[in-house]
Design a protein around this ligand. Structure first.
Ligand SMILES: Cc1ncc(COP(=O)(O)O)c(C=O)c1O
Length: 402
């Protein structure tokens, strides 16, 4: 039985220290690096002990669909980082989003959501929930009055991303959470684009934070994973019961990759964001670029809000190439160091054409409403030398014809 590291609850550790040590459980072998508990079941010393564990009268694991020591380590470590009471891992970011809705909503309830959403989140809010009798209203997340007006007597949850994918619009977490609280609705924030280090929704008033840990928490494009953080009652009762019986469990191996990812997260995120700020300035000054969207730049329409709720400008940049789809494709195809991918949050810099990939299922009108055009390119800035990334963009932009 793995014991919790005695030092793991020492108070006063800085974030970087917590991310290396918090939550560690060592086995009887005293391993330095955390072990991967790659087991599905557990054995008991006696039938009485099995009975007691199942009744919840004795501590201990019973089945890895319910809980596993490697997952517990990841959950405790991310909780320390976010200041959350409790967390649960899921098999992917989408499992985290779906579970955070489905574990507590029922037919007849209503959800208000920011309209600028990752495609699969849009599907859940706009198609899946209504199929089960849960209504939803999509609003411009920047417009506080729109959130207020969308509230109905049966509204049970508010949901949004900030910054949004891909246009990097911001939602005022504190102000929207206040509206939700007044309506007795939970505020659920998808914090993927900011990363856990760049923005802390819980102290700003959000109830639940969800992650695709697939992105910067893994950070090297290896594993899928998701996390849900929030108050103990919601996480350990409502969400846990849902996860236990529906089974979107994270593999212990993937949990171990994410756990080790957290150890280097501050170093990696600092470099991603520093390089992104530099590259955003480079693009803004480029003759073949129309517009740059980066929350850390003073020309971002919500820069003041970025300064209020984000630690930095973030690791993502969106820009418009001068011209049309052909110009954007020419730039993407000419990129060498930047790889064409719909993923993000990798050590490798990635470039996405949202209109034909991540947001392809929206109509051209719906895309235009979100500000996504055929000349829009999204960049996830990696860990390479920024001068090499700029040189790659310089030669790629020369391929734009307009
Ligand atoms: C903002 C956002 N939320 C959720 C997800 C879903 O995460 P996953 O791919 O781990 O299921 C993604 C994936 O790209 C995302 O960008």
């Amino acid at each position: 039985m793995a014991g919790k590291d005695k030092s793991s609850h020492r108070k006063g550790w800085a974030q970087a220290t917590q991310l290396v040590h918090e939550g560690t459980r060592r086995s009887q072998f005293g391993e330095t690096s955390e072990a991967v508990f790659l087991n599905s079941g557990y054995v008991y010393d006696s039938a009485e002990e099995a009975e007691a564990r199942f009744k919840g009268e004795a501590e201990g694991y019973v089945y890895s669909r319910y809980a596993n020591p490697t997952l517990s380590m990841l959950e405790d470590r991310i909780c320390a980082l976010e200041g959350a009471e409790a967390a649960r891992c899921t098999a992917s970011g989408m499992a985290a989003v779906a579970a955070s809705f489905l574990c507590h909503l029922k037919a007849g309830d209503h959800v208000v959501s920011g309209r600028a959403l990752f495609g699969s989140c849009h599907y859940i809010v706009d198609e899946l929930l209504p199929r089960y009798g849960i209504g939803s209203t999509l609003v411009d997340g920047r417009d506080l009055a729109a959130w207020e007006e969308a509230v109905q007597p049966n509204t049970k949850a508010f949901f949004f991303e900030t910054p949004t994918n891909p246009m990097l619009e911001l939602v005022d977490i504190e102000a929207v959470a206040k509206i939700a609280r007044k309506a007795n609705a939970l505020t659920i924030v998808d914090n993927v684009f900011a990363t856990p280090l760049g923005q802390r929704p819980l102290p700003l008033g959000a109830d639940i934070v969800v992650y695709s840990a697939t992105k910067h928490i893994d950070g090297q494009g290896r594993c899928l994973g998701g996390l849900v953080l929030g108050p103990s009652k919601f996480i350990e009762e409502t969400l846990h019961t849902y996860l236990k019986h529906t089974g979107p469990s994270l593999s212990p191996f993937n949990a171990w990759v994410m756990l080790k990812g957290l150890e280097t997260l501050p170093l990696r995120v600092a470099r991603h964001c520093k390089s992104a700020a530099r590259i955003a300035d480079f693009l803004a000054a480029h003759a073949r670029v129309d517009r740059v969207f980066y929350p850390g730049r003073t020309d971002h329409p919500q820069h003041a809000l970025a300064k209020k709720q984000m630690a930095d400008g973030g690791p993502m940049i969106t820009f418009e190439v001068k011209g049309k789809k052909g110009d954007a494709f020419a730039v993407l195809n000419a990129m060498d160091l930047f790889k064409i991918s719909n993923n993000l949050g990798d050590a490798k810099s990635l470039a996405t054409h949202p209109a034909t990939t991540t947001h392809q299922r929206l109509s051209p009108e719906a895309r235009a409403e979100l500000g996504i055009f055929d000349n829009t390119i999204r960049l996830s800035i990696g860990l390479e030398e920024p001068a090499d990334l700029e040189a790659d963009l310089e030669q790629a932009l020369a391929a734009a014809k307009s």
